[in-house]
Design a protein. Structure first.
Length: 317
């Protein structure tokens, strides 16, 4: 896959890919919920079909028994019950009580089947079951087809998720590689404008809008970086010795001149205690050589850090 060379385009591509991934994952979750609903419906339909078939077996068995005796319902009931009792008594005498109890129960069941429910009700129930079972079978077949379709959609969505994740990982590896190249540079030895150009490249890679003011008439500001409408005036010091409070004063005054929201001083050296005290008072961000790697890899968000420093300075004041 061809990735853009421009850092901003690469970050926009990463953000767009991440949004696509979130949308597809949301779609995948929805399909999974639909599959769970279909499986639940299938389970309920199977239970309903089981009980309907069981009732139909009862109806058929009762109908078969009633064909043997074309008598009124109450007479059929008495005949079968009497037969069961007679058989039970005979078996109790000849075989034993256990077999007799079984015969009595069987006689009672047959007697019930022969009389309850009524012939009219039994026929109506048989007709309803004969009409209902085909519809249950049709619904079962339809649900199975929908479930197969949703499983296919889930498989396609899983493939989309894997493809998008692969693209996202490729973009992130590319960005990480570019940042690692910057981090491996000998930035500690950079002086003056070389360090400024280095920081311009770093901030560009991190997705800031960067304006390099240049050397002449910069009003104490070497770089102006912006993100989401928040502007930070940056004073850059590529030094071998400690950076004092003069740099903080220049950044603070340059913030007002360039109408920025915050200010910062970035150095590949260290700051004096006076510079740190003044920066705390005026709300200026200080980034020294120990923080440069975190800045390069985006672990330091210059905009967020500037906002926090401003708030803390107001509390000190």
């Amino acid at each position: 896959m061809k990735l853009p060379d421009d850092p901003r385009q690469l970050m926009e591509m990463e953000a767009a890919t991440l949004r696509s991934l979130q949308l597809v994952e949301a779609e995948r979750s929805q399909i999974k919920r639909q599959i769970d609903t279909l499986r639940s419906s299938l389970a309920g339909l199977k239970r309903e079909r089981f009980w309907a078939e069981l009732r139909l077996r009862y109806v058929r068995c009762a109908g078969a028994i009633r064909k043997w005796l074309t008598l009124p319902e109450w007479m059929r009931f008495l005949v079968w019950l009497s037969a069961g009792i007679t058989l039970a008594v005979g078996l109790a005498i000849t075989v034993g009580p256990k077999v007799a109890v079984g015969a009595l129960l069987a006689g009672c069941v047959v007697a019930l089947l022969s009389a309850f429910p009524s012939d009219t009700t039994l026929e109506a129930l048989r007709q309803r079951l004969m009409d209902h079972l085909p519809r249950l079978l049709e619904s079962h077949t339809q649900l199975l087809a929908e479930l197969a379709q949703k499983k296919e959609e889930l498989l396609q969505t899983e493939r989309q998720v894997a493809t998008i994740r692969g693209t996202l990982e490729e973009i992130r590896r590319s960005r990480l590689h570019r940042l690692a190249v910057l981090a491996s540079a000998d930035w500690r030895s950079f002086r003056g404008e070389m360090f400024e150009r280095f920081l311009v490249q770093v901030l560009n890679e991190l997705g800031y809008r960067v304006h390099h003011t240049g050397k002449s008439g910069d009003q104490g500001v070497d770089i102006i970086c912006e993100r989401d409408g928040y502007r930070v005036a940056v004073q850059v010091k590529g030094y071998t010795h400690s950076v004092g409070n003069d740099a903080v004063q220049e950044a603070y005054s340059g913030k007002a001149f360039y109408q920025c929201h915050g200010c910062a001083v970035i150095t590949n050296s260290v700051f004096t205690s006076g510079a740190r005290e003044l920066a705390q008072r005026v709300g200026c961000v200080l980034i020294d050589q120990t923080m440069i790697p975190d800045l390069i890899f985006g672990r330091i968000n210059l905009i967020q850090l500037s906002c926090q420093t401003r708030v803390q300075s107001q509390g000190v004041a």
